[in-house]
Ligand binder design. Structure first.
Ligand code: G6P
Length: 367
């Protein structure tokens, strides 16, 4: 097993470090000479133009990719998106529109609820596209088309590289939909494709900051509660950061849309409560800062996660982590990295079983 871990102490850390390559392997076969090439899923331009609404369905982290996907698709392709956890979708008797497309996201391709949601879509005449990692899995076989994520086998229960490659697959689709639907002009499209090609290198660079996060994690390993806040795509990544944190550190954590803090959650903030603010979206930066200031004035300790250049975050946050600049639509791919590392190092500092957290399974194949 030590050999399989490639010199890392845990599979999770190995898989965290495999992310630049996994994202590159997912993106690069689908980008040729600066153009996105998705012929493998037979989504021709006419079909893309006919889609009126997307349903994006998944569980756990795959659902969190769906939450991010909603922002990305709505902004780049101006296409309405509904996102649901599979276990809710299948039982809510959803009203599904004609000319819609369902995207089912699943690493294993075997999650019982996600598979049932896919079947529900078919029963109601909605075509499905799987974003799946395991080749030949049930969802891959049953979906009308599959866009594989090329993350390779993922062993740690807490997903890292599968999540990152699912995001990459969504970016490819949303950018292509934007071009075909005319909501992106050629110049915007070319710039986004260039940014996509630069993402693996930027993920690599983000990983180089890990010692500081390890130091910070050792200070917070005894925390009782942690809150992750953000707006827009920073909210989507806060959901994932919080899930990662709770599942392997066993510290109670929650994610909130930053604007919701004053509608209840702020009453939980006490002296020393850890509040992690994610601020990669330029339009929302000041808004989230003000939510962080409110938490700080009630005693919270603030960690700020933002883009290089936003150094005035240090006026507010006690610990700061910076990620490289990219197009804001793709920033989630970078901001998730420090959040994975934070969860990992807290779990290690507590001496827990990082790769096999209690009560959790890698793939949930029963309801
Ligand atoms: C489990 C795993 C999660 C995963 C979720 C969905 O809860 O621990 O990491 O996000 O299942 O799994 P899937 O294989 O459908 O992506």
């Amino acid at each position: 097993e030590a050999a399989e871990k490639g010199g890392y102490e845990h599979f999770m850390m190995k898989e965290i470090h495999e992310q630049p390559a996994a994202v590159r392997d997912t993106l690069s076969p689908r980008i040729k000479d600066g153009r996105i090439e998705l012929s493998e899923i037979s989504l021709d331009e006419e079909t893309i133009r006919s889609v009126r609404r997307l349903y994006i369905i998944g569980c756990g982290s795959a659902y969190h990719v769906g939450v991010a996907a909603r922002y990305v698709f709505e902004s780049l392709a101006r296409l309405p998106v509904e996102v649901d956890v599979a276990s809710e979708f299948r039982y809510r008797n959803p009203v599904l529109e004609e000319n819609s497309l369902a995207i089912i996201i699943s690493q294993s391709g075997e999650t019982a609820d996600s598979l049932a949601a896919l079947r529900e879509c078919h029963a109601r005449g909605v075509p499905t596209l799987g974003i799946v990692n395991v080749v030949g899995s049930s969802i891959a076989r049953e979906a009308d088309a599959v866009l594989y994520t090329w993350a390779g086998p993922e062993i740690a229960v807490a997903t890292t590289k599968a999540y990152s490659t699912q995001l990459a697959a969504i970016y490819l689709l949303a950018t292509e939909f934007g071009r075909v639907r005319g909501t992106l002009d050629e110049e915007q499209y070319a710039r986004l494709v260039e940014e996509l090609e630069a993402l693996p290198g930027k993920i690599e660079k983000t990983l180089s900051d890990k010692e500081r996060i390890q130091w910070f994690a050792s200070k917070y390993a005894a925390a009782k509660d942690a809150f992750f806040i953000g707006r827009g795509l920073d909210y989507a990544v806060a959901l994932e950061g919080s899930l990662k944190f709770k599942e392997i550190s066993y510290i109670h954590s929650e994610a909130f849309a930053a604007g919701e803090m004053k509608h209840g959650p702020i009453s939980l903030v006490e002296k020393g409560t850890l509040v992690v603010g994610v601020l990669t979206q330029p339009d929302l930066y000041e808004k989230t800062i003000s939510n962080m200031v409110e938490a700080k004035s009630r005693g919270a300790f603030l960690m700020g996660l933002t883009t290089y250049g936003n150094y005035n975050i240090e006026d507010t946050a006690g610990f700061t982590v910076y990620v490289p600049r990219t197009d804001p639509h793709f920033a989630t791919s970078l901001s998730v990295i420090p959040l994975q590392l934070l969860a990992y190092y807290v779990s290690c500092a507590k001496g827990l079983d990082v790769d096999k957290p209690r009560n959790l399974a890698k793939s949930v194949t029963v309801e």
